[in-house]
Design a protein around this ligand. Sequence first.
Ligand SMILES: Cc1cc2nc3c(=O)[nH]c(=O)nc-3n(C[C@H](O)[C@H](O)[C@H](O)COP(=O)(O)OP(=O)(O)OC[C@H]3O[C@@H](n4cnc5c(N)ncnc54)[C@H](O)[C@@H]3O)c2cc1C
Length: 368
Amino acid sequence: MAVDAVILGGGCIGASVAYHLAQAGFTDVMLLEANTLGSGSTSKAAGGIRLQHGDPLNVRLAQRSLAELVVFEQLTGVDISLRQVGYLFLISSPSDLAMFDRSVTMQRSLGVPVQDLSPAEAGELVPQLVTNDLVGATFCPSDGYATPESLVQGYATAARRSGVAIRQGERAARIITANGRVEAVQTERGERIATSTVICAAGTGSREIAATAGVSLPVSAERRRIFFSSGSGGVASDVPLTVDFATGFYFHREGPGLLFGGRELAAEELMAPATHRLPVIADLPLKSTWHGDYDMSPDHNAMVGRSAHLSGFYYATGFSGHGFQLSPAVGEHLAQLVVGQEPSIDLTPLRAERFAEADGTRVEPIVI
Ligand SMILES: Cc1cc2nc3c(=O)[nH]c(=O)nc-3n(C[C@H](O)[C@H](O)[C@H](O)COP(=O)(O)OP(=O)(O)OC[C@H]3O[C@@H](n4cnc5c(N)ncnc54)[C@H](O)[C@@H]3O)c2cc1C
């Protein structure tokens, strides 16, 4: 069998690429997903969407993505339950405050409606918080959260309608190359799918599958856990997604309770930073929990682009905790590269080859 392009991975990135290729009229495409659509990091995400990034490229990608997310249902027919309740960052050290000040200046220059708040103003927004040890806060009202697995279904359904083939339970075992070009993808079942174009969107599996083609994508898995409480402790239904930046503890409302998480994997360990910042959480019974993996890159910034060494090989991974919210613009970007359109945003600074270059790293400082 032969197709014009094979997408590896059916998370938010692969599904977005499929949709945007189809929108560009490029539909002789097959998406291979090793398990089920969205079953990787995407379905484990907290669903956070923010314009508050430290790298201007991420701000611009987030702005372009948000523009698509607000009309997602009109585009695909699927409701992603977008709630623009804002993101509230709580800052407790002078060095973090200096970094946020720089970021806010940059964000405002790009049109982000971000506000500097005093600790007291943060407390007015979320009265259950302890704020006496904070030095500042930032709030952006257009930020919020949505349901990642619905986004995957929306993109995949729309792509299928346009003729993109999606195979689930089909792992790519290796990418076959010849003379510096992509030639085919071989599945784990041994089928050979001839193609000149591979788009690697395999999340934490990207390193392994890219290596079969001799491409280095230094992405690694970092485990994170999310908890759900059965009650809200009086936290308002429209509370912003609130992040205690120093500890990584964050929460938002989810149904009748709270969704919360942080850097600690065990509830007993997370409870120290959690109860320090939001004491009511100590009295909330835990209802459920799950874990997933961040797709980390060495500088906490994504790797997106077209291989300089292997013709026909495209990739997007290493989102380091913010892949869901950037997936619309990243999918659009890869589709533009594949079909030969002028990219809406120049993402060459995010090329994976940067790690082999002097001064190539590009650190994203606002990672939760
Ligand atoms: C606990 C947690 C909370 C998070 N919160 C947020 C958040 O609030 N906001 C945000 O923006 N991001 C968040 N993230 C990060 C976000 O989930 C990821 O950055 C994003 O989902 C990456 O999407 P992806 O499509 O690249 O990867 P994935 O969703 O992992 O998809 C990759 C897919 O590729 C498949 N695959 C792998 N190898 C192969 C192969 N060889 N052949 C075929 N298929 C293959 C996998 O089965 C998988 O389904 C969070 C992550 C976690 C774990």
